[in-house]
Write a protein that binds this ligand. Structure first.
Ligand SMILES: [Ca+2]
Ligand SMILES: [Ca+2]
Length: 102
């Protein structure tokens, strides 16, 4: 399984000064069990499998054989977060993110 998340370069470095404004990271977790029974994967119920955190406008994380190695675990959780760079404005940006899982 490959997870690729991308933001437009125009958001990564909006003013083209080679100092990044915002970047994104990709995380793949395995949800072990719903220990508290709330139907959601809480942080203490997951284990990190892989991540991508390069300082570019896209990131990739991979996981081998996602369907045959889950066993009794609940599932795979893919998440993306945005990180403000040194040239980011002080307000929260509404950055368009494209995520492809293949
Ligand atoms: Ca910039
Ligand atoms: Ca839970």
């Amino acid at each position: 399984m490959d997870v690729v998340a991308t933001i437009p370069y125009s958001w990564f470095d909006a003013d083209n000064d080679y100092i990044l404004d915002v970047r994104l990271r990709v995380w793949i977790h395995i949800w072990r069990a719903d220990a508290n029974g709330n139907g959601r994967p809480d942080p203490d119920e997951m284990m990190l499998v892989n991540y991508g955190y390069n300082w570019v406008n896209w990131n990739l994380a991979t996981k081998a054989a996602p369907t045959i190695k889950l066993g009794s675990y609940r599932g795979i959780v893919v998440s993306v977060d945005l990180v403000r760079g040194p040239d980011a404005p002080s307000y929260v940006l509404a950055v368009p993110v494209a995520v492809a899982v293949t």
